[in-house]
Design a protein around this ligand. Structure first.
Ligand code: NGQ
Ligand code: ZN
Length: 453
């Protein structure tokens, strides 16, 4: 790894901005210290330096269908009709297409400021449900895509057993998602052997709809579940809350908190439909709420009770999920705007000790993302990756550190991430990813082949 030794006018840390700071790689990730003047040999990074964000929820293949589900197919179009369109699309994706789509997506993520991604991966087998020659082929395609682009990857092989809370078998379009618990755990162990600085392996349970109680207990008691992050989709749609109530006798988040030792290793994705009590319980659990505001808006899910959750000390991070948008700015902006639109108030995600909305959104999403990616233990305080914003952007003229994040998150429509350093090298320089032309060409061919099929 090329050891970064840089100097910047202002560097964001969880404790606040540090002026005239030296930035170096140490054992616990980036080390930032006030230096006064540039130390000998330090390269000037720029005026504004921030840590990279983790995108805590991604289904990479869905990027290639962005914009293809925005025409009415049914007067009652909903999440569930979108899901049928998505399933038809998913059925066309094999390992080569997945690798090309994911690589293009990851380039876009890096350029937007995400330096790590959690892949919630359930497209395991061939469309007819038979395993690929190597049952890990689809997972390996995602690992290759991440390696090509330099983004850090938290791969979450996903367990998917049933087609609903009633335990029905997987439908014909879902069979490629399915595993026995044993085969699933073998996949996790196989992938764990590939872990590196830029790759770690967690576990995902697709949803309570897809994982019956006995399978949940078996996975959580298994050896592979003793380490790494655990993610689950939960309470995204009112229909699944009702099904859970009628078939398991409790709402999804209550049920999960009663049946699993949910703690800081967990990420509950969406968690949209919560009672006040569930909101407080989730906040107190230490788990991360995996919020995906642009997808949740696109799919008509609903709004997360952010204000109450933050008041209870809850952790959250952001994900771009279906990738209808690939932008941490847009996720954080819509997270706040959704609340303003319903509360008829301004500046919701703030606290008395932190009156800047942008600061609080960014700081929480940064910490929650790192936690959900399984990277915040062992004294790591800052992550490894950094972003340098465009100091020449007119938008940032006259901004001090107190207003920098408010300006970026609420007014930044032109890309402001100018350079990105990750995994010990510059991945993006002057807005360009080092391999973006080749990756875009491969993506175009892959999408053309999908349309021709
Ligand atoms: C997914 N996406 O797994 O891709 C889901 C849709 C489902 C979101 N929930 C499928 N946003 O939940 O059954
Ligand atoms: Zn999802």
């Amino acid at each position: 790894m090329h050891a970064l030794n840089g100097f910047a006018d202002r560097v964001w840390t969880p404790q606040g901005w540090i002026a005239d700071a030296q930035v170096r790689h140490g054992a616990d990730g980036l080390e930032v210290a006030a230096a006064g003047a540039p130390p000998a040999g330090a390269e000037r990074l720029g005026r504004w330096v921030l840590p990279g964000l983790a995108n805590l929820h991604s289904h990479a293949f869905q990027r290639a269908m962005a914009g293809l589900a925005e025409r009415q197919g049914n007067a009652e179009d909903s999440f569930w009709t979108w899901r049928e369109v998505m399933y038809a699309f998913a059925g066309r994706i094999g390992p080569e297409a997945l690798r090309a789509i994911a690589a293009q997506l990851y380039v876009e993520m890096l350029k937007a400021g995400y330096t790590r991604v959690c892949e919630f991966h359930y497209l395991h087998h061939r469309p007819d449900g038979t395993p690929y020659a190597d049952p890990a082929d689809m997972a390996l395609a995602l690992i290759e895509a991440a390696r090509e682009t330099g983004i850090g990857l938290t791969l979450l092989p996903t367990l998917y057993l049933t087609g609903g809370f009633d335990g029905r078998a997987l439908g014909p379009r879902q069979v490629r998602f399915g595993h026995t618990v044993d085969a699933f755990l073998r996949l996790v162990e196989r992938l764990r052997a590939l872990e590196s600085d830029r790759l770690n392996i967690g576990i995902a349970l697709h949803s309570l709809r897809a994982v019956p109680a006995d399978a949940l207990a078996a996975v959580l008691a298994s050896e592979p579940a003793r380490q790494g992050p655990i993610h689950i989709h939960i309470a995204e749609q009112i229909g699944e809350v009702q099904d859970c109530l009628s078939l398991r006798g409790a709402r999804p988040v209550d049920w999960l908190l009663d049946h699993a030792a949910v703690d800081a290793r967990w990420c509950l994705v969406h968690a949209t439909h919560l009672t006040d009590r569930e909101t407080d319980r989730l906040a107190a659990s230490g788990a991360v709420a995996g919020l995906c505001p642009t997808t949740e808006a696109n799919l008509g899910d609903g709004l997360f009770p952010l204000k109450r959750y933050l008041a209870g000390g809850g952790a959250f991070g952001i994900g771009s999920d279906s990738h209808i948008s690939v932008s941490p700015v847009e996720e954080l902006r819509w997270l706040e705007y959704g609340q303003r639109l319903t509360a008829h108030r301004r500046n919701i995600a703030v606290a008395p000790e932190q009156p800047s909305t942008g600061e609080r959104l960014f700081g929480r999403a940064w910490a929650g993302g790192l936690q959900a990616a399984g990277l915040s233990g062992a004294g790591r305080t800052h992550g490894d990756d950094l972003l340098v914003l465009d100091e020449d952007a007119p938008l940032l003229a006259g901004r001090d550190a107190d207003h920098l994040l408010d300006t970026w998150l609420f007014a930044g429509n032109v890309p402001l991430v100018r350079h990105v350093h990750g995994g010990g090298r510059w991945l993006v320089r002057d807005f360009h990813h080092h391999d973006e032309d080749r990756i875009a060409a491969a993506y175009r061919s892959a999408v053309a082949a999908l349309r021709a099929d």
